[in-house]
Write a protein of this length. Structure first.
Length: 243
């Protein structure tokens, strides 16, 4: 089956900069390669935790933010995606009405065809779990008629959760594999912009290999690398069995 994503808009909402790279950069690259567009929102700079190496090395919070912005801007160029840095507070990420309205307006403006974000539970990083609640609530608001936002109500885009670092502890059960075999080099190049996290890049290439084997077991022939996702909404669009 030949796929085209022309006219399809992917929105990625990521708690921290690195999550985009490890968890879904293959899908972003693939979506763009298939003709779609992708917008990445990095909600916080991760200076409370993800940037620990930078803080230990003596960088100030402002310097760490600048470095993370530089790295991820380069990654987004490699992936062919737009990127926005919202610089909200991490550790702990708090879901407020203002933040919901900001993301809801973004959803109305962008009108995404699909949304990628975190799984709803991550005991090693609770901010990740809050992100799904934040996205789902904002999507609900964006679809509403009586809310004080600009533009027409958005359609309800399907949300796909990308894989946490430790899947088993968080009950992550993939029900969709994205074959990233033809874009694995792009994923590697995007991850390579983040030098201080190089060991993680190797971990996630290995994870992609493992998920590629999973995808192959379930019938995806020739798949060497994959990313795993959990769709949180049932698929109703086709009104029939879809495979
Ligand atoms: Zn994170």
């Amino acid at each position: 089956m030949s796929l085209s994503m022309e006219g399809k808009r992917m929105l990625v909402v990521s708690a921290h900069p690195g999550d985009v790279l490890w968890r879904c950069s293959g899908a972003v690259a693939k979506h763009v390669k298939l003709g779609g567009t992708a917008t990445i929102i990095v909600v916080t700079y991760g200076t409370g935790g993800e940037a620990n190496e930078l803080m230990k090395a003596g960088l100030t919070v402002a310097e760490a933010k600048a470095l993370r912005k530089r790295d991820l801007t380069r990654s987004a160029e490699i992936l062919g995606a737009d990127i926005e840095f919202w610089d909200m507070q991490d550790y702990r990420f708090e879901i407020t009405q203002d933040k919901i309205m900001k993301l809801a307006q973004k959803i109305r403006d962008l009108r995404p065809s699909l949304i990628l974000t975190h799984h709803g539970k991550d005991i090693l990083n609770p901010d990740h779990g809050y992100m799904l609640e934040y996205v789902n609530m904002s999507l609900e608001v964006a679809t509403g008629h009586g809310v004080p936002l600009d533009g027409a109500p958005a359609d309800r885009a399907p949300i796909f959760c990308f894989e946490p670092h430790d899947s088993e502890s968080n009950g992550f059960v993939p029900n969709l594999f994205v074959d990233i075999t033809d874009v694995i080099d792009i994923k590697k190049a995007a991850m390579a912009t983040c030098e201080l996290k190089a060991p993680l890049a190797e971990t996630y290439v290995n994870r992609a290999k493992y998920r590629g084997q999973n995808a192959g077991s379930f019938g995806r022939k020739g798949c060497k690398y994959a990313e795993a996702y959990e769709a949180i909404y049932p698929i109703a669009e086709y009104g029939y069995f879809v495979w």
